[in-house]
Each structure stands twice: as structure tokens, then as C-alpha cells.
Design a protein around this ligand. Structure first.
Ligand code: F6P
Length: 381
């Protein structure tokens, strides 16, 4: 544990102004998190600035006020922040910032930070954004707290990130709709969901939609193995006396074969191996893509955003830096906050656990894989 300070540090300097930014792929609930941060800060008399377009805005000095002053000179949340809280996307704009990877640009960003007399920064985003937060905190001593937000659920030391629940609800609804039409025609569908490095969305959606097979990057399947897995599932599900009328296979984006190619190769394989079944089976591909990233946040994402936003501001006020608020019941692993489900973790620890999650070494990934293999048919035939 390398957190720089402890909670409620009595030596922490009073904070007058902070900034908040959203970075990386947007996630439903980011606006709710911006609002929560602004509200929590304003309640403590802290002025809040919104940085536009992620770290790029910090480099270029593009900030706009998210609070205004009341007659009694107390900061209050601006209307645009309130009105956007229930919307998808992010009103601050976001970016993946290649410029922020260079020390010179980070120094520019640090100059903006001090020129604006800021005392803290809240970074809302995924792993790349947290790596950026760590870089600017460790190189320039800027107090930074991260809030995990990414539909992929691939951030270490948080059970859930903002956006995951909304994305899954969108996927489940889309799969149910596809299932209706698949069943009407006795068809098979391979449905691709986002997840470049992580199969969490595919895994969770496959369970929730009772899919017949799921392909995940963590399984490290080659393209040929992915084709064989789908072909086997189809042969099993559409065996001559099978009453089944639809087959749904969920594939994560990160599996190393495009969904169109996969479907074409499976069709070829069936024609070769089982010409009778091949004549009965029509296989289609649907890539859900960015549809899954948009939309109004669910109750759960708004709730996570509200609680993590509050904890992030309280962490900055308490003198913490280079830390992320993680959603996990207080097990003693992190630094406790006032909220029994929110703990603070040093960002380097978060990034190390992220690597373990994606490489399959983390107990969390092993547990997911084990559950899937105990469900056998979800992995392969
Ligand atoms: O990081 C979230 C994510 O949605 C990934 O699942 C996906 O691979 C990526 O973003 C796509 O990002 P972009 O919209 O920048 O292409």
C-alpha cells in the first residue's frame, strides 16, 4: 500500500478549487459522476472547473466553470451540469490523448494546473486515463484521484466501473431482440460486443442471455479454434432431432478474428463437415459496436457515480493523491472511506491488478473462467 496520506489528514491544506475531466472511451454515467464531484465539492465551498476533451484540455488550458457563485458567494452547481447528469456520453468531451504520453505535454498540463490555482484533479476514465493520472501525480506532485469508468469492466481493484451496467442492459436487450427473430427463422447469430482486451461484457451477457457459446480474448483461442468452437456449438444445437430454434453465440471484440470472417469460415466448415446440417442452418453476424457505449445510464450506474464521486472529493480534501476510488465491500484491502462499499487504492496497485485481470492471473479472472468451464457448454462444445 503506497497511498501518500491517510484519510482525514489533519495537515492537508484547505482546497479552494479543483478540476474534473473525463478521458478515454466514454461510458454512460460519466455525466452523473461529473455532477456528483461538482456537487460534493460545492457543498464544501470548493469551486469546480471542467477540463474539456480529457488530458488534451489540460495541456491546452481548455477549462470551463462547472460551479457558479451564489449571492452569499458559495459555489453552486451550474445548470448544464445538473441537466446533463442523466444523459449518456460526457458533456466535458473525452479523448484518448497520445500527446499526454510525452513528459513535455504532461509538464504543459501541470503548468495549466498551477496557473489556474487548482488544488486537485479528479480523473474519470479507464486504465489509460488512470495511467495518465498516475504520471501527472508522480511527476508533478499534482493531487489526483481517479474514478473508474469504462464499459469494459477491466479496471483492477474495483468490482464494477461506471458504465458497465448500462452497457450490459443494452446488450441483453439487443440479444433478446435478435433471439426473437433468430427463433422465428431457425437461425444462428454470432453477436459481437465491445471488449478489446477484456471479455467481461461478453461473459456477463452470455450468462444473462442464455447464449449457447461465448468467445473471450482471455481464452486465448486462435482464429481456427474460434471457428471450431462455433461450428461445434452449431452442430450440437442444430443436431437432426434438436427442438432448438435459435442459436446465440456471443463473441468479444478482442477475439482475433473478425465476426464476418468467423461466420464465413464456420459456414464453410459446416458445408465440409456436415453438409446436411449446413443446408438447414443460416448463420448471421451482428456487431453491436458503439450502440453499447451510448444511452442514458441505469439506476446502478448513477448510484455508483454518485457514491464514487463523493468519495473522490472527500479523498482529495483528506489529502490523498495518486489513488482511485474502488467499488468493493470493505475487506481491509484498501483504505476505507465513509462509504462501506468504496475504498481507496493506490493507482500503481490498480494498474498492476489490471494487468493480472487481463492476463488471466488475477483470482477474479480465474473465478470467472472457472464458473464458465463448470458451465461447460458456454465455452465450447
Ligand atoms: O475502452 C472501451 C472500449 O469501448 C473498448 O471496448 C473498445 O475496444 C474501444 O473502447 C473502442 O474505442 P474507440 O471508440 O476509441 O474506437
Amino acid at each position: 500500500m503506497t497511498a501518500s496520506t491517510t484519510a482525514d489528514n489533519p495537515t492537508a491544506q484547505p482546497i479552494e478549487a479543483i478540476a474534473v475531466l473525463t478521458s478515454g472511451g466514454d461510458a454512460p454515467g460519466m455525466n452523473a459522476a461529473v455532477r456528483a464531484v461538482t456537487q460534493a465539492a460545492a457543498a464544501q465551498g470548493i469551486v469546480v472547473w471542467g477540463v474539456e476533451n480529457g488530458f488534451d484540455g489540460l495541456i491546452d488550458g481548455r477549462l470551463r466553470p462547472l460551479t457558479t457563485l451564489s449571492r452569499s458567494l458559495r459555489p453552486v452547481v451550474r445548470l448544464e451540469v445538473d441537466q446533463a447528469a442523466g444523459q449518456g456520453g460526457t458533456i466535458l468531451g473525452t479523448a484518448r490523448s497520445p500527446r499526454f504520453l510525452t513528459p513535455a505535454s504532461r509538464a504543459e498540463a501541470a503548468r495549466t494546473f498551477s496557473a489556474r490555482n487548482l488544488s486537485g484533479l479528479v480523473v474519470i476514465g479507464g486504465n489509460g486515463s488512470l495511467a495518465g493520472a498516475h504520471a501527472i501525480a508522480s511527476e508533478h506532485g499534482i493531487p489526483v484521484v481517479g474514478i473508474p469508468a469504462s464499459i469494459d469492466n477491466d479496471i483492477g481493484l474495483t468490482r464494477e466501473s461506471i458504465g458497465v451496467d448500462t452497457a450490459l442492459n443494452t446488450i441483453v436487450e439487443a440479444c433478446d431482440r435478435i433471439s426473437d427473430t433468430a427463433s422465428a427463422h431457425r437461425r444462428a447469430f454470432v453477436i459481437e460486443v465491445m471488449g478489446r482486451d477484456s471479455g467481461y461484457l461478453a461473459f456477463a451477457a452470455a450468462n444473462a442471455t442464455f447464449a449457447d457459446a461465448v468467445l473471450l480474448p482471455e481464452l486465448r483461442l486462435s482464429a481456427e479454434e474460434a471457428v471450431a468452437t462455433v461450428a461445434d456449438a452449431l452442430l450440437r444445437c442444430f443436431a437432426p432431432n434438436s427442438p432448438k430454434r435459435q442459436v446465440i453465440i456471443i463473441k468479444a471484440e478482442g477475439v482475433p478474428i473478425s465476426t464476418e470472417t468467423l461466420v464465413a469460415k464456420v459456414t464453410e466448415e459446416l458445408e465440409r463437415a456436415a453438409p446436411y446440417t449446413a443446408r438447414q442452418v443460416d448463420i448471421r453476424a451482428t456487431v453491436l459496436g458503439h450502440i453499447v457505449r451510448g444511452g442514458v445510464p441505469t439506476f446502478r450506474d448513477r448510484m455508483l457515480a454518485g457514491r464514487m464521486g463523493l468519495a473522490a472529493v472527500e479523498a482529495l480534501v483528506g489529502g490523498h493523491s495518486d489513488a482511485m476510488v474502488g467499488w468493493d465491500r470493505n475487506t481491509g484491502a484498501g483504505i476505507p472511506t465513509e462509504d462501506s462499499w468504496v475504498q481507496l487504492f493506490p493507482i500503481p496497485d490498480v494498474l498492476a491488478e489490471t494487468e493480472a485481470l487481463l492476463s488471466g492471473e488475477s483470482p477474479v479472472t480465474r473465478d470467472r473462467m472457472s464458473r464458465m468451464s463448470r458451465l461447460g457448454r458456454y465455452l465450447s462444445a
